[in-house]
Design a protein around this ligand. Sequence first.
Ligand code: COI
Length: 355
Amino acid sequence: MDLKILPLENLKPRIEDETKLDFGKQFTDRMFVMNYRTGQGWHDARIQPYQSFSLDPAAMVLHYAQEIFEGLKAFRRPDGQIALFRPLDNFRRFNHGARRMCMPEIDEAFMLQSLKELIRLDADWVPRAEGTSLYIRPAMIASEPMLGVRPADEYLCYIIACPVGAYYKGGLAPVKIWISDHYVRAAHGGTGEVKTGGNYAASLFAAREAASKGYDQVLWLDAKDKKYVEEVGSMNICFLYDGKLVTSPLKGTILDGITRRSVLTLAREMGLTVEERAMTIEEIFAGAESGRMTEAFGTGTAVVISPVGQFTYQDRTVKLGDGQTTGEVTQKLYDTLSGIQYGRLPDTHGWVELL
Ligand code: COI
């Protein structure tokens, strides 16, 4: 398929202060878009000015949420070059989600080539300030106007991008996590492992309750026993327990995070034993109180690595250390991963894709 580059007439105002970027509020000049129709396949791939879509009010995504998305980043390196981090892994996961949501698959290599072209054209938007990056959001939505419940026959696939700073206002400062004893995020056989909007919409109610009590995120327990740790709102979760790195296994209810995968590889290389097993809520409390659990952190593209300072479940609260200091292993993993992403450390895994 050809990729058309449409002319851009007006440039948006540039970023005023790269040290004050909010997450996901300001978008670059251009976007990638392509259309799909059953019988015709993907067509009209183009890079065009960033603009609103015109969607029929009956577009199926607006009613039945047939939608998937991804999140990846481009990093500005000290020599000015731009690097994408594991972009093909994102497009592979996108296709995995497309199959589960009865949506058409994309050509992963074509998406990568189109993404690179988009970022080359919008290269000015990749920020340079410490800790900043360009967050990239590929998405696919069912655009066919129809109110019957079935897979749509028309889709839009697009990529937008926004320069970002830290996801949490506190940067690498430890976050406070509220463990929900009532609401659940995903059950076996559901769509928990898919990056689909409905999972996130369903999490908002509990997230709002957590925020109203002063917590940053919700930690979800399994839907059946409400006992085993699954994941946190926008990230996977890891614990340092008896000196081992423990994280929830991939059994269909949590996201197969690309940052999670990278962190597990780096942890093993640092000599840590990695256990992919379900931690219980009791282990968190007993472990933190006895000192067997020394650190906990979330992983995700947006947050990268986010240390956890405190867990609350019902009327019990436990802090890790003083609740405000980033643990040594967490810091080392963050420094190593971000070092590879920003080109300060060598990429020995082939994770980095230079433009
Ligand atoms: C990401 O980390 O890329 C995500 O998609 C999380 C998001 C909901 C901000």
